[in-house]
Design a protein around this ligand. Structure first.
Ligand code: OVM
Length: 397
């Protein structure tokens, strides 16, 4: 018997209402206590900054090898062959992480800067001829959908499969609800294209994908493992960045004085992108699984239990942030956990930041105002917060 010294909540983070506006639910969970039992999902939840940090840093107790979704891979068949970096613990994770980390070092990424800058310039050229735009299709999707597959070294044919695959991957982190079913509807064409794109032959010789395969030639991973690591790039590298850019546009549309500030000082672009990540975190929450019995903030957890870790809630915890619901590009948003924390912290962070910084810089230089033309329309996903449409009216500088 478990001592009943913890709050139990009927809150449903996967209801349409909570996914549309998750912040009231986060506040409720934070107020209930450091560790809350979610009755509907038979799992624990942490929503305060301090406890989110504690769980993420203790990978030995809060493992990823049983999956970072609600499904426990020890008792349930995973929907796909598990990722060898995300859904893995040391020592496997240590070996695979090293390779992707090396492939995306700042030195490697330096070469992408002029390429991304040229792409941002031509994107803004086209935007300013239109004025009435959809911030999602015309900005947040258009930019990463060009620069990211180019950077990986994918062929130009079939790239439309990438975003639907990301939608599946991030829905699969949640419960098996209608969203999973809907996004899986295209699995029959999307998954074969993705898997084929992960093989050495499908990649250009000069991209990040080829760099991953260089680790095979160096004897660090098998050919099969290299393919799995390219799959990780394709799983995690596009939808996340698209969501982050879209969410940043929504933040600027809601806080026009912050756009004015960025226009005054475009060098704040990277800080602004980070602050948008804090305020509207693309990855809302992932799970961990206890590898052993443990005590967390005074609550006793058994081995093999799922813990839902709310990154997005930690990023708005008033115990940690002043005016957490305010978008303030001058604040010190370092310490946000939108990229995660600890050994599983996003390995593509520098690439995401480069994309966000370059795009926001170019927009800030050339667009006087980005005014909402209508309310943004949410795109529902079990773990990614993003929009389907962001109607905007742009004014040229
Ligand atoms: C992967 C991966 C990595 C990070 C996030 C993600 C759930 C997937 O390795 O496939 O999305």
């Amino acid at each position: 018997m478990r001592a009943v010294d913890f709050p139990i909540s009927d809150a449903d983070p996967y209801s349409t209402e909570s996914m549309t506006d998750p912040y009231p639910l986060h506040a409720v969970l934070r107020e209930l206590g450091p560790v809350v039992r979610l009755r509907q999902y038979d799992c624990w939840a942490v929503a305060r900054y301090e406890d989110v940090n504690a769980v993420l840093l203790d990978w030995e107790t809060f493992g990823s090898g049983a999956g970072v979704g609600l499904a426990n891979f020890r008792n349930e068949k995973p929907w796909r062959v598990p990722s060898i970096i995300l859904e893995a613990d040391p020592p496997l994770h240590t070996r695979t992480h090293k390779i992707l980390a090396r492939v995306m070092t700042p030195q490697v990424l330096r070469d992408f800067r002029p390429v991304f800058e040229a792409e941002a310039r031509s994107l803004v050229d086209a935007l300013l001829e239109r004025r009435d735009v959809d911030g999602m299709a015309d900005i947040a999707r258009a930019f990463p959908e060009k620069v990211f597959p180019d950077a990986v070294g994918l062929p130009s044919e079939g790239r439309e499969n990438l975003a639907p695959y990301g939608d599946m991957v991030f829905n699969a982190v949640g419960p098996r609800n209608a969203l999973v079913e809907q996004s899986m509807a295209s699995a029959g064409t999307v998954i074969p294209w993705i898997m084929q794109s992960c093989s050495r032959g499908g990649l250009t010789a000069d991209g990040l994908g080829a760099e991953v395969y260089a680790a095979v030639d160096a004897g660090e991973v098998t050919e099969e493992e290299a393919g799995m690591l390219v799959r990780s790039l394709l799983s995690a590298g596009l939808d996340t960045t698209i969501a982050a850019i879209g969410n940043a546009l929504v933040a600027f549309a809601r806080f026009p004085e912050q756009w004015a500030l960025l226009r005054e000082t475009p060098a704040l672009a990277r800080a602004a992108f980070d602050e948008a990540m804090r305020l509207e975190s693309p990855v809302q929450a992932f799970f961990r699984t206890t590898t052993r019995a443990a005590e967390l903030a005074g609550v006793s957890l058994e081995a093999g239990e799922k813990v839902l870790v709310f990154f997005a809630s930690a990023n708005r915890d008033p115990r940690r942030w002043d005016d957490p619901d305010t978008f303030d590009i001058r604040r010190k948003s370092g310490g946000h956990v939108a990229f995660g924390l600890g050994i599983h912290r996003c390995v593509g962070e520098a690439l995401a930041e480069l994309e966000g910084e370059i795009l926001l810089t170019e927009l800030a230089r050339r667009v006087r105002s980005i005014a909402p033309a209508a309310e943004p329309v949410i795109h529902l996903n079990n773990s990614l917060r993003s929009f389907a449409r962001i109607p905007l009216r742009l004014t040229a500088a």
